[in-house]
Write a protein that binds this ligand. Sequence first.
Ligand SMILES: *Cc1c(COP(=O)(O)O)cnc(C)c1O
Length: 498
Amino acid sequence: MFYTSTRDKSIKVTASQAIAQGISEEGGLFVPCELPQFDAEKINSMVGMSYIDRAKTVLKEFLTDFSEDELNYCVEGAYSAEKFSSKAVAPTVKIDGNKNILELWHGPTCAFKDMALQLLPYLMTVSAKKTADGKTIVILVATSGDTGKAALEGFKDVDNTKILVFYPVDGVSPMQKLQMTTQEGNNVSVCAINGNFDDAQSAVKSIFTNDAIKKQLAEKNMMFSSANSINWGRLVPQIVYYFSTYCDMISLGNIKLGDKMNVVVPTGNFGNILAGFYAKQMGLPIKTLICASNSNNVLTDFLTTGTYDRNRDFYTTTSPSMDILISSNLERLLYHMSGEDDKLVADLMNKLSKEGKYTVSEELIKKIQSTFDAGFTSEKDVDETIKNHFEKYNYLCDTHTAVAVRVYDEYVKRTGDDIPTVIDSTASPYKFSKSVLTAVLDGKTPELDEFDMVDKLNEITGAEVPTPLASLKDKKVRFNNVCNKEDMSEMVFSLLEL
Ligand SMILES: *Cc1c(COP(=O)(O)O)cnc(C)c1O
């Protein structure tokens, strides 16, 4: 299995090259040249497997230059019982009728990013051994909150790696901020930037592709890589849980082998939902992928009109991990849906960076719409959904999950399509205690500090507090750096002591 670039089809690299490098030289994203196919028999054989075995079954088709021992080492290390509080790793929970929730937040940082970022450091160090021997990998991360912590936790004290995380100073929840600023490990640094997530992401992308900086790193025997969802090693682990939830839906008696289901994804950078698209292309019976956004509804507009336009107000919402106006992974979808038209993708991405917008052909958007539906939710409706869902089903959702639940309810009303459905739940409600508590209390935020909010929410709802969040209370803040976005490259030099 080989990988190519969305902006230059003549490129051909192995899985380990794609993972170690992160992004292609000319700025394109690595994509598989063809997709492995899973027929009903193969899917059926996965129903009785553990999550770890399901992961091996899927990943081995993509990481064909990994030996069996290497793959076992990676997968068993990533999804061990010490790291995931649920034995199922990513359990599927029935809510009501055909509505099910896939809980992707039982890892060490209580958000779905752990599903990929627990595995990525393993994939990356094995890949680097094969392709860049002896080099220290420097991971640069721009985060809207959850990626940063999950990457820090995944890479901390991993030999031959260093990790630097940048987050928007006012764009993350107090719990997310504390999770990052208290991070332990000898190879980690964290810095706030004056700007929003898109500023941080653009700066990271330009540092990555800056030849002068790369050269200086090379002299120190270091190389950059990315833990953002532009890295193939971030995406490929996410394909696994779509197969896994389908198997669980069979075990739960919600569907029979071969039946179709819908999938709803609270979306930001388009990584999670794209993994669902890959699963569908591989033969998993998914009917429609429903893309749920908050007030930053640039994807809803694109998927309904064919015009992507980031020239709009940016809103800071209660679902900060989805406060994104440039969804990087959409580039991969455009590549596949346009019949692998690398020239078109390069042109559209050039327009996006110069004018902030582009429009695709009628034919292309129609094709995308045959697989994707989309909707967005106001802040008020998010709050109402958290409260109603708790009162009706005794199930507490975080703000991101509530966006998806609401968009799904409206989708069913609009289309009447109520076949068995899995809604991705991307964070523990305790990661966003203040917003969730305020919603449950009908808009009244109690005057409490972050940890008292956690206790209060627990007292009112009885939902279990994840241990990694409860234990933050006693940790000491290690990182107070703040810098302007223009100064990020200098910050990188100083943090790396270059
Ligand atoms: C990252 C994140 C998302 C968005 O996922 P994408 O893959 O970027 O679309 C949604 N919810 C939470 C809690 C997240 O951390």
